[in-house]
Design a protein around this ligand. Structure first.
Ligand code: SF4
Ligand code: SF4
Length: 295
């Protein structure tokens, strides 16, 4: 029974791959270093375990991880690439939030944004969901019960973030020169409100690779929270050097200038957004106030 469903899953994967073939991922593995938002189903993990016996990991264990357990960080490669779950196949082609793009991702110029109302844009989404449902309802009593238990009691977010810290530290021990790992560790510290630890990790990350948008972007917010508005501005400007397309960062830079009383610079950034017909909450108000203050 399971084998038949796995074969049908393989067909869906093949169809998705055929449709999304146009551009090839550059295997930077950025998107594999934080899988906490990936919605991977038990069917997909069982499928991997069925065809690859080198390491068996349960769906429950997979869900508690932050770094993908199938990612070989030292070699920067996916250990089960042919068997990878659906979200890994569509990542970049389809995204829930454009501003979540890693600045070096090859798919930035050719992606589709979806939300929960337009998730059907993902190729073969309906067919995939029906297969997952069928699989779960055909699981043996105990397996099915475990699945529903995990869904009903997911690890609390704070606990998951806390657990991510030793994961990143272990990875850093193995590959101490990998800048992105310090960024992700800094992000975890940041989410736990450990500002100084976060800043240290982000600075370390940027020492190793000064072109990272994400690290500068996050760093600027931490500086802002600590009241170092000039450092926040410098960091956001550097973030924008790596990702000048990131309108959310342009908006943040405008806000930092506004906060620093530099209304001319604030206005310049806000007007860039208006020229691109971009709107962020409160943007028009900020423009109005900045203009009045500049008269
Ligand atoms: S399964 Fe492979 S592609 Fe997907 S997150 Fe893990 S390492 Fe990356
Ligand atoms: S971030 Fe983009 S380019 Fe890098 S591994 Fe992920 S999908 Fe590929």
């Amino acid at each position: 029974m399971k084998e038949k469903i796995f074969k049908r899953l393989r067909k869906i994967y093949n169809k998705i791959d055929c449709e999304l073939e146009a551009k090839h991922c550059r295997f930077c593995v950025e998107c594999c270093l934080d899988i906490s938002d990936l919605n991977v189903t038990p069917l997909e993990i069982d499928y991997i375990n069925y065809y690859d016996s080198t390491q068996t990991i349960s769906w429950q264990e997979y869900n508690n991880k932050t770094i993908c357990p199938y990612c070989d960080i030292e070699k920067r490669k996916c250990l089960i690439y042919e068997l990878r779950p659906r979200f890994c196949r569509i990542f970049g082609h389809f995204l829930e939030n454009y501003y979540n793009f890693y600045s070096a991702c090859v798919y930035r110029e050719s992606h589709t944004v979806y939300d929960k109302n337009s998730i059907d844009k993902i190729p073969y989404h309906k067919e995939f969901c029906e297969l997952v449902k069928e699989y779960i309802y055909n699981l043996h009593g105990k397996e099915q019960e475990e699945y529903f238990q995990t869904l009903a009691h997911p690890l609390r977010e704070a606990e998951k973030i806390r657990n991510s810290i030793p994961e990143y530290m272990e990875a850093i021990n193995k590959t101490p020169g990998y800048a992105s790992l310090y960024y992700h560790l800094g992000k975890s510290y940041s989410s736990l409100n450990m500002k100084n630890e976060a800043i240290n990790c982000l600075l370390k990350s940027l020492t190793l690779d000064p072109t990272q948008f994400q690290a500068y972007n996050l760093l600027s917010f931490r500086f802002y929270e600590l009241g170092f508005i000039d450092y926040a501005i410098i960091s956001m400007k550097r973030a924008l050097r790596s990702a000048p397309w990131n309108n959310r960062a342009i908006f943040s830079l405008g806000l930092f200038y506004f906060e620093a009383g530099k209304f001319k610079e604030a206005l310049e950034n806000f007007e860039k957004l208006i020229n691109q017909k971009e709107n962020f909450e409160g943007l028009e108000n900020y423009i109005k106030i900045a203009r009045e203050l500049l008269i």
